[in-house]
Design a protein around this ligand. Structure first.
Ligand code: UDP
Ligand code: MN
Length: 309
């Protein structure tokens, strides 16, 4: 059956996380620039869903005010309180933090890194589709093109993510790869190793851009099962996986074990710019991971990399 996800889109819900922001935070400018950028490139009406804390919401409110004063478009937005958000995903954060956080134990602030995995509980129940974006992005083209990717989802896909463009998961899988022959952690290559889950390599996923089919996530029995403590503990043990990148570590593990649940977007939908790993032991192979030959729709200035415009 053709997958008609996009024909249902009436509201284009964009989610942003904007917490721990102070009046002089760089994140304030990234947030402002991204909203202006999205309003400029979008051919569809957007609704901004912004997760804020008690201090950050005032800053976000001010920025929306400035933006509204400078445009003829009506700017539609709604705030969600981070304390409530954190309580709704407390169980998820508790299960994942020991495996995927750099400083496990700070559960409350860590919830920030797992919001996408529980967004189906946070979003209003009638919200079927959502796009969660980092603030350090720049859209070179219409965000409607990104929403159109929902229509290309395989029927089993809950999430859509583009590849991680560094060798970080090659690094994380070091022990596993020393004991097993696997394409997990390999960069994408043309040689097809048949009968493996990712025959042309698998770099893992980056969560700076996440497409969520919230309706299917809410309905999925598999998804809630694989988020249980016993499942996460055994998955991480199987791959000797100790990460520090939060939700995207979990998506990458899902990509190993439950590839049907994730639609891989092409790298042009999240063209990361961080080159940290190039100078940390991966000079020779870095470019094999970093290359992206697709048309660039979204630039991602991750690890605070300036975005060339
Ligand atoms: N973020 C936030 N407060 C913070 C740090 C991060 O709200 O103090 C949010 C913000 O939306 C940001 C996202 O978390 O875009 C991910 O962080 P960042 O983009 O800096 O991580 P990177 O892409 O460099 O790994
Ligand atoms: Mn980012």
């Amino acid at each position: 059956l053709p997958n008609r996800n996009d024909s249902k889109i009436r509201e284009y819900n964009v989610w942003l996380i904007f917490t721990k922001v102070r009046i002089d935070s760089p994140l304030k400018h990234k947030f402002h620039n991204l909203i202006v950028n999205l309003l400029n490139v979008s051919s569809v009406p957007l609704k901004f869903n912004v997760i804020v804390d008690d201090v950050s919401w005032k800053i976000a409110f001010m920025e929306f005010g400035k933006i509204s004063n400078n445009t003829m478009q009506s700017v539609s937005y709604i705030f969600y309180n981070f304390t409530e958000v954190a309580s709704k995903i407390h169980d998820i954060a508790t299960v994942l933090t020991p495996h995927f956080s750099s400083r496990p134990g700070t559960y409350y602030s860590d919830a920030l890194f797992y919001v996408s995995l529980g967004l189906h509980r946070i979003a209003p129940p009638d919200q079927d589709l959502a796009v969660l974006l980092d603030c350090d992005l720049y859209f070179k083209d219409d965000i409607a093109i990104l929403f159109k990717e929902f229509a290309r989802f395989k029927s089993t896909a809950l999430f859509g993510l583009a590849p991680e463009l560094t060798p970080v998961y090659h690094h994380v899988l070091h022990i596993y790869r020393s004991k097993h022959t696997s394409t997990f952690g390999d960069y994408y290559h043309l040689k097809n190793i048949s009968k493996t889950v990712h025959p042309r390599g698998f770099q893992g996923y980056n969560s700076g851009v996440v497409l969520l089919n919230l309706r299917k996530i809410r309905q999925s029995k598999t998804y809630s099962k694989i988020l249980s403590k016993s499942s996460v503990d055994s998955l991480t043990e199987k791959y000797n996986f100790r990460g520090h990148l939060g939700d995207q570590d979990f998506y990458t593990l899902m990509g190993y074990e439950y590839p049907d649940l994730i639609q891989t977007l092409n790298c042009g939908f999240n063209r990361q710019l961080c080159t940290w790993w190039k100078d940390h032991g991966y000079k020779d192979v870095f470019n094999n991971y970093f290359k992206c030959k697709h048309k660039i729709i979204v630039l991602h200035g991750n690890c605070n990399t300036p975005i060339p415009k």
